[in-house]
Design a binder for this molecule. Structure first.
Ligand code: GCU
Length: 443
């Protein structure tokens, strides 16, 4: 009985990677439902796991204690936390997202266009191109930067990873392979209210994530990870970077360049990403302390949602359907979530005591909104240890009502897998308060 089950589960996994029309999709269809009665995705993992949406079946779990070292010693103060933080980061690097190898390519930037009259004269718009690697054939990332005018002091900077091209740039058609795994979204809804952002005096930089590294199984042969392969190496080692780490590394390199501009405030920088890019934003916050604020929208499994909580997408689904987004070592954990040395509250805690804002949607149970909220709660003791406030709430807040306390914020919106206008407003207000608590570093 086991073999047919595995076979059907493998077909279900393949149907995510190879949608209708491909050879794999011509295999007999899995007769089991792909959605439950409420429209939530149902996935049948090779481990036998089936997506759960019943709070009564979530099961019990014990989270790793953020304030205990791996060897069981207590984390008592901020200097202990620095060491515990390094321990957690190293675990995330070796087991989950992968470490960035020393062989990373150099990046060089050029400004290809400047428009001083953007947004009816409110902003200067620059189109920058970052070239990875020494040769002309390396990946190129287009960045659009809006700089508010006039400015008496350096402008805080928001950096957003997008699924589609930044505003004003023609969509590059994805390769046929990429089109299979990358949601076909140009997503105008990802774009924040530009005039609002600039009106608040913020600079805003936008980039398309797949220009750093593709989002598919063989992307290690095409993007920045290809340039980092050592002679004789045909793919990253088991503890080396998957694409989430590559995208976040790229964001850091772009930010290096952006912050050479004296018009930008190096002490007030935020990163924004939705869904897989919400996972990426959390990893940016974890690895790059220049980011004072992290906005992780609907990031779900292996983002803000607790992996040990069996609800919505699971480790088994992620490891089977998106293996390239992670280190090879992540494949140790399907069916053995409780053996992961980390969970998402620790990922969030890597940004402490900086500010983290997380959203979830009622129509996005796949991303486990409650599991995201519970992770923020479970990360709270780290903020407290560092003399800051935790989220305060212990119960998931009322719908459409931001729960914000100090440096932590959560918003459960009525709606789906997206950033809604109200999310943007709550995030921008949250960010304004976080930036006000930070004194400018280059006034
Ligand atoms: C899939 C995947 C999620 C991911 C999402 C997205 O649904 O299962 O983990 O967050 O794609 O990036 O939109």
């Amino acid at each position: 009985m086991r073999i047919p089950t595995l076979f059907i589960a493998a077909l279900a996994a393949l149907s995510v990677i190879f949608p209708a029309g491909t050879a794999a999709a011509n295999a007999p269809a899995d007769p089991r439902p792909r959605q439950d009665a409420n429209g939530n995705p149902l996935r049948y993992a090779a481990t036998g796991h089936v997506s759960n949406y019943d709070e009564n079946k979530v099961g019990t779990y014990t989270l790793p204690d953020p304030l205990l070292f791996q060897d069981g010693r207590a984390v008592r103060d901020a200097s202990d936390w620095t060491r515990r933080r390094a321990e957690i980061r190293a675990l995330y690097e070796s087991e989950i997202y992968g470490r960035v190898p020393a062989t990373v390519p150099a990046v060089r930037f050029e400004v290809v266009a400047t428009d001083p009259t953007a947004l009816d004269g409110l902003a200067t718009r620059q189109h920058l191109v970052g070239h990875f690697g020494p040769g002309p054939d390396g990946p190129k990332v287009n960045v659009v930067l809006y700089l508010p005018k006039p400015r008496a002091t350096p402008a805080p900077l928001l950096v957003q990873l997008l699924f589609g091209p930044p505003p004003g740039l023609a969509p590059a058609s994805p390769s046929p392979k990429e089109a299979k795994t990358t949601p076909p979204r140009t997503m105008p809804r990802e774009h924040a209210p530009l005039a609002d952002i600039v009106g608040r005096g913020y600079a805003y930089a936008l980039l398309r994530y797949t220009e750093i590294e593709g989002d598919r199984a063989e992307s290690h042969l095409t993007g920045v990870r290809r340039l980092a392969l050592r002679p004789g190496q045909d793919k990253p080692a088991a503890d080396e970077w998957g694409t989430i780490a590559a995208w976040s590394w790229g964001v850091s390199r772009i930010t290096d360049y952006l912050l050479t501009n004296p018009a930008l405030d190096t002490g007030r920088v935020a990163v924004i990403g939705h869904s897989r890019l919400g996972k990426t934003a959390l990893w940016v916050g974890a690895t790059d302390e220049r980011f004072r604020v992290v906005f992780s929208s609907c990031s779900g499994e292996m983002g803000a949602a607790l992996a040990r909580r069996d609800y919505g997408e699971s480790v088994d689904d992620m490891a089977a359907n998106f293996p390239w987004q992670f280190a090879g070592n992540f494949q140790k954990y399907p069916g053995k979530w409780h053996t992961m040395p980390v969970d998402s509250h620790l990922l969030i805690a890597l940004s402490a005591p900086r500010a983290v804002f997380v959203t979830g949607g009622t129509q996005d149970q796949w991303a486990d909104p409650r599991g995201q909220f519970l992770a923020l709660v479970a990360a709270g003791p780290v903020w407290k240890l560092l003399g800051r406030a935790d989220l305060g709430a212990k119960e998931i807040p009322a719908l459409d009502t931001p729960a914000i306390n100090g440096d932590l914020g959560f918003l459960y919106h009525t709606g789906g897998h997206t950033i809604l206008p109200a999310d943007w407003q709550a995030f921008l207000d949250f960010t304004a308060r976080a930036f006000n608590r930070t004194s400018a570093t280059n006034p």
